[in-house]
Design a protein around this ligand. Structure first.
Ligand code: ZN
Length: 318
């Protein structure tokens, strides 16, 4: 018995809405260092606990007409927007895994092309889903509260890095091996190598994990240098450490090139926004831009389109 892929995408969308609902709690409480578990969700205005029927993602907000049932205080459109965003993001990830062209042995479920889903596509989709959840949260938190909590950035970096080990486990034998010299038989093989005839300098898993460590460190270093440079020139902090950790997190999930693309896209978006603000005379030169929000948006962009854009760019360089 197989489930039609559209049903799976719909189910994942519903799960995403629930995660979005939880993300709203994190967004409201983490920047203020409040627990995300206790107390139960309540109205910020009158403190009345929220009934289960008023806590249905998106639907309740619409039915309540964006007002608290008890005190009539307005409820921000941020709540349904975050729920919808996470729901859609999860659905896109599921859709991608289901309609991937890779053929895989396990996960007997479903595939839009009538094939089984590979573990690799499933893990890749899971990683993008988790990254999106974290980035949407960070984007809103930096915008509203000018904070990028470690509970998201550092924890996210650790989760991303651990999932890279799972990815490494599912590499095919010999895949990603770094071979030093293909013409000579060096008889040099690292422990755990699938290749028996030598010449393998680093196995695929070693390459993946080591390069990801370098990616995390490199991404953090770039922004640390920018931060130091700005401080040396302007004698004040221009960028928080949160931005540094945020880019390191993107690198942990996606790799170095994708993190660079996220930074690039984020800086362009922030510049355009800054110029628009100046044109509308809303700011002075000392105004603060929530750079983290733009970096997070750049991360979402890179997670969705990064591999395609980078492949196109590499073609250009040839
Ligand atoms: Zn209320």
């Amino acid at each position: 018995m197989t489930t039609p892929p559209q049903h799976v995408v719909l189910l994942v969308f519903a799960i995403g809405l629930l995660f979005g609902s939880f993300l709203n709690v994190c967004i409201s409480r983490l920047p203020e260092h409040r627990s995300i578990v206790n107390p139960r969700s309540h109205c910020a205005e009158c403190g009345h606990p929220i009934r289960w029927m008023d806590n249905v993602p998106i639907l309740s907000w619409v039915l309540l007409r964006a007002r608290c049932r008890d005190c009539d205080a307005p409820i921000s459109w941020r709540y349904p927007a975050v729920e919808a965003a996470v729901g859609l993001w999860f659905a896109v990830c599921a859709n991608r895994a289901l309609y991937s062209i890779n053929i895989g042995p396990i996960l007997p479920a479903v595939n839009g092309l009538g094939k089984t889903i590979s573990e690799r596509d499933a893990i890749a989709a899971l990683m993008i889903a988790i990254l999106g959840f974290l980035l949407i949260g960070l984007m809103v938190m930096d915008w509203q509260a000018h904070r990028l909590p470690d509970a998201f950035t550092l924890t996210g970096t650790a989760i991303g890095f651990m999932l890279v080990f799972v990815q490494a486990y599912f590499l095919a034998p010999g895949e990603g091996d770094v071979v030093l010299n293909t013409t000579h038989q060096l008889r040099l093989s690292s422990p755990g190598s699938f290749a028996s005839q030598g010449n393998v300098f680093l196995t695929g898993p070693e390459t993946l994990i080591l390069s990801r460590i370098a990616a995390i460190a490199g991404a953090a270093l770039i922004l640390l240098l920018v931060r130091w440079g700005y401080k040396a020139l302007r004698k004040r902090d221009g960028m928080g450490l949160g931005d540094v950790k945020l880019l390191a997190m993107i690198a942990a999930f996606l790799g170095f090139s994708e993190a660079l693309l996220a930074l690039f896209a984020g800086v362009i978006a922030a510049s355009v926004y800054g110029i628009l603000l100046i044109l509308r005379r809303r700011v002075s030169g000392a105004s603060k831009l929530p750079l983290g929000s733009f970096l997070a948006a750049g991360g979402l962009f890179s997670a969705l389109l990064g591999p395609r854009i980078l492949a196109w760019y590499m073609e250009l360089l040839r």
